[in-house]
Design a protein around this ligand. Structure first.
Ligand code: PLP
Length: 415
């Protein structure tokens, strides 16, 4: 493997041990990575450890972490309260095929924080939470069609991996988008059962929901995107990322009352997790004595270690922690707006397609070179509680500096 340009040459020079690790078992998985999100060009860094707001790779390089495990690590790495809770749980056993107590405590903690949540259940991932929320909405309403907004992601199951990032030529009219299967191998039936709504066009959304209300079970949306009540359709609010916005979630922040909510990421304290919940009359379809109901199971759902870590993490997320995160977020937004004056912010999914994506990978590598680890698409980024205002200012300066770097421009524009 050889560097393709000066920017990659710097990366190769700084990370020889990562290249060694990446190459060592590259044939054992497709493309040398055990999960898709770990891959970027020329090869992914192998991390040695995380500590607070920093990551250290196997070559000893330190990075300020602005990815935080795909937004899941809101307290940074190895938070003492989370580590203590995990260690205490490990002394009692890892998984015993029976409740160990923390699972209902986490449900109660979630219900006490999120106004619309009367009952909650656990899954192993956000994808599973979304899958079961959709099935529950269908069971509760007796309707089959579901709806989601163009450009939004709700997990990797067939019902929702529709029109996540459709090419414009396959997306249909702006006010009546066509469902586009985002992955090869998806069930054509599942795709046809999903209606796509135009993000940012309230009038067209209202019209489409109204036209299909009699057959529509639910509308999924995430905070990056309320009409449903009027049409008697359930709203499933995706808080898998948004729950890091406020103590009561993005729904508290935006003043929205959904029927069902999906969670993931931070709820598990850094361990695999998903959860969903909402109105008691809907969730009670799972009541164990209610007779034949809606199925939802999972060998590792409500895993005791996840529950212990999740409870510890939630309890650290005080109003002061959210205020700190919001003020860092404002500082970063203001700083980046100044540094990126040439880039108009996208209004909706279709206007985001105007962005020149050739700059993404060079900018990501240039930021690694300057000691910052972001999501490699630059999309899945987040701030953790141990981040300081100074780190935010340094990131803004690094972005401005990277954009002035001739090696970045060459990598972006020379193919
Ligand atoms: C908004 C949103 N919903 C759902 C999911 C799926 O969650 P998971 O990756 O835990 O399956 C993600 C994952 O990134 C997400 O960002």
């Amino acid at each position: 493997m050889k560097p393709a340009n000066d920017l990659e040459a710097r990366f190769f020079a700084a990370t020889p041990r990562s290249l060694e690790r990446f190459s060592a078992h590259a044939d054992a998985t497709p493309g040398g990575v055990a999960k898709g999100a770990y891959f970027y060009r020329p090869y992914p860094l192998t991390m040695e450890r995380g500590d607070g707001a920093y990551l250290f790779d196997v070559d000893g390089n330190r990075y300020a972490d602005f990815a935080n495990h795909h937004t899941g690590q809101i307290l940074g790495h190895n938070h003492p309260a989370v580590m203590a809770a995990v260690q205490a749980q490990l002394q009692r056993g890892v998984a015993v095929g029976a409740p160990m107590g923390h699972e209902t405590e986490v449900c109660a903690e979630l219900c006490s924080r999120v106004a619309s949540l009367e009952r909650a259940r656990f899954t192993n991932s956000g994808t599973e939470a979304s899958l079961h929320a959709v099935r529950l909405a269908r069971a509760f309403t007796g309707r089959n069609l579901i709806a989601k907004f163009e450009g939004c992601y709700h997990g990797s199951h067939d019902a929702v991996e529709v029109s996540v990032a459709p090419p414009l030529e396959a997306a249909g009219p702006a006010e009546r988008p066509l469902p586009y299967a985002q992955a090869i191998g998806m069930s054509a039936g599942a795709v046809a059962d999903t209606m796509v709504l135009p993000l940012g066009d309230l009038e067209a959304t209202d019209r489409l929901i109204g036209e299909h209300a009699a057959e529509l079970a639910c509308v999924l949306l995430d905070p990056k995107t309320g009409i449903t009540t009027r049409h008697g359709v359930l709203m499933v609010f995706d808080e898998i990322v948004g729950f890091r916005l406020a103590r009561g979630g993005a729904q508290e922040y935006y003043g929205i009352t959904p029927d069902l909510t999906t969670f993931g990421k931070i709820v598990g304290g850094g361990f695999p997790v998903g959860a969903f919940g909402g109105r008691a009359d809907i969730m009670d379809r799972y009541h164990p004595t209610a007779g034949p109901g809606v199925g939802q199971s999972g060998t590792f759902a409500s895993h005791p270690v996840t529950m212990a870590a999740g409870l510890a993490m939630l309890r650290e997320l005080t109003p002061a922690a959210f205020e700190h995160l919001a003020s860092l977020g404002d500082r970063l937004t203001r700083g980046l707006r100044k540094a990126l004056t040439a880039c108009p912010p996208p209004r909706d999914y279709r206007s985001s397609l105007d962005a020149d994506k050739r700059w993404v990978s060079p900018l990501f590598l240039a930021l690694l070179d300057r000691g910052f680890f972001l999501g490699h698409t630059l999309g899945m980024c987040s701030i953790s509680v141990p981040t300081t205002p100074q780190m935010i200012d340094e990131l803004v300066e690094a972005v401005a500096d990277a954009l002035r770097d001739p090696a970045v421009k060459t990598a972006a524009t020379d193919g």
